[in-house]
Design a protein around this ligand. Structure first.
Ligand code: URA
Length: 483
């Protein structure tokens, strides 16, 4: 009889060494005492002394991952179970891992599942508390069902890389000092402070997101078993929240229905000849149903800026953020435009910013809404709004960002990359300069984006120069076009 002593009993490396030694010595499963404390069974020999008789056979893929999880279970028979599986896998049953009805495999999968669930719970229910007197240092006490700290710790390392933390459990601790993780002996509950200021905030937050209409105490207990409650600051709020839930649901039902987040317009089509000021125009734009783009969008996004702006800047269409906020150029492209404006010496606040198309066109990719360019019919359905904005603001200069804007102002056939950075004339004679869209600059690969940005700034600097009275006058623009 042979005996194995594994310390710690959940470590894969120790069990793998022992199992490999046993396999090479041809020791059958029933001849090993895996639970050997001290000297183990009378008359048994340490496995490390077993003589190698053969090469270690190779192990099918998937077994190591299974073994790592099973070893973390508290079941005292897990080492023997794993060795039995290994023995069979390497002695004529290479397909054993796929046999879900085999009793050994079924048991192994049960243990694996329990461990993975325990890891998941630990990820969800560890609550850090600030270490008094230490900056950016946190500690948590947690009592997992199994020996899972080694398996669960990498998640916390990734999630909380920027702080120093320790998680103490009865059997094991994980400590992250901001650079490296150490796994060591278990700790004591009394080493962990019982509350901090962040905890009160967290409890208030939890109470505010608790939805009484979705209360399902059975599911809640399954997801968050009562034994975890003692670690969770929010658990103290639960009895009260649960007690008050049905009254809150009654009150919600009695309240008037909340209007949907989407702003559903009454049907309007653009009428550039209509009277009214910019406010009336914005209200009308919000009701636009001139093409199908209004349907999936949150709302139409009209232009913003002073009525007496000297320039109108025309973009393509609102993006994801603009659609949600209802204001043009507030997302990533808008932020880049702000920077380019500043670098070119232009003042964004005194410009009127708008788009050729007033609704966000997108396609869904998972949860993300990805920009899609409006087609010719959608662009032309929207043109009336831009014409009305230009007629009301009557800018000295128009700046077009990208091809859609340039087409809307200059008409089809305008070759942006050839004509960019030079002054042209709109149909009513207003000088127009077209340049690249900031979103195009953002899409450039590293190494080319700096040049793309510089060229956008250079074009905008021509606008700034023109406004400052430097560069071609409105009357001389034709010369610039020719030149
Ligand atoms: N891109 C645009 O063309 N317009 C916006 O408003 C935002 C991004």
């Amino acid at each position: 009889m042979w005996r194995a002593r594994l310390d710690p009993p959940w470590a894969l490396a120790g069990w793998r060494d022992a199992a490999r030694t046993a396999l090479r010595a041809g020791v059958p499963p029933e001849a090993i005492d895996w639970d050997a404390r001290g000297d183990g069974l009378l008359g048994s020999t340490p496995l490390a002394e077993a003589p190698p008789l053969q090469d270690a056979p190779s192990v099918p893929g998937g077994f190591i991952a299974l073994a790592e999880a099973v070893l973390a279970h508290r079941d005292p028979h897990r080492h023997a179970l794993l060795y039995r599986l290994l023995w069979r896998l390497t002695r004529g049953e290479p397909g054993l891992l796929a046999h879900d009805t085999d009793p050994d495999m079924r048991r192994a999968r049960q243990l694996e599942k329990a461990v993975r669930r325990d890891v998941h719970k630990m990820h969800a229910f560890v609550r850090f508390r600030e270490v008094p007197g230490e900056a950016n240092a946190f500690v948590a006490w947690y009592e997992p069902d199994h020996f899972i700290v080694d398996l669960a710790a990498p998640f916390f390392m990734r999630r909380f890389a920027g702080m120093r933390w320790a998680i103490l459990t009865p059997d094991r601790r994980a400590v992250w000092d901001g650079q490296a993780m150490t796994l060591g002996e278990g700790g004591d509950r009394d080493d962990v402070p019982t509350g901090d200021a962040g905890e009160a905030l967290w409890r208030r937050y939890y109470a505010s997101i608790f939805n009484p209409a979705r209360l399902n105490t059975k599911a809640m207990r399954a997801e968050m078993p009562a034994r975890f409650w003692k670690h969770l600051p929010e658990a103290r709020e639960l009895p009260q929240l649960v007690r008050g839930a049905s009254a809150r649901v009654d009150a919600m039902v009695a309240r008037a229905p909340v209007p949907p987040r989407r702003i559903i317009p009454a049907p309007v089509v653009p009428d550039p000849s209509a009277g009214g000021d910019l406010d009336a125009l914005r209200a009308a734009v919000r009701g636009c149903r001139a093409c199908p783009l209004w349907r999936p969008a949150t709302q139409a996004v009209a232009g913003v800026g002073p009525r007496d702006s000297r320039i109108v800047v025309v973009g393509e269409q609102p993006g994801d953020e603009e659609d949600l906020r209802g204001e043009p150029f507030t997302g990533p492209a808008g932020r880049l435009l702000d920077r380019a404006f500043a670098d070119a010496g232009l003042d964004r606040a005194s410009a009127y910013l708008t788009n050729a198309v007033k609704h966000f066109k997108f396609e869904l990719r998972g949860k993300r809404r990805l920009h899609v360019r409006a087609n010719a019919a959608e662009q032309s359905a929207c043109r009336g709004w831009l014409e009305r904005e230009l007629a009301l603001v009557r800018p000295e200069r128009i700046v077009c960002l990208g091809a859609t804007a340039a087409t809307a102002v200059m008409g089809r056939g305008f070759a942006l990359m050839r004509e960019r950075g030079r002054w042209h004339r709109a149909a009513d004679g207003t000088p127009v300069l077209a340049t690249v869209h900031p979103a195009w600059v953002l899409r450039q690969p590293v190494g080319q984006s700096e040049d793309a940005y510089a060229s956008l700034v250079a074009d905008l600097a021509r606008v700034a120069a023109a406004l400052a009275g430097d560069g071609p006058t409105a009357a001389s623009v034709a010369t610039d076009v020719a030149g």
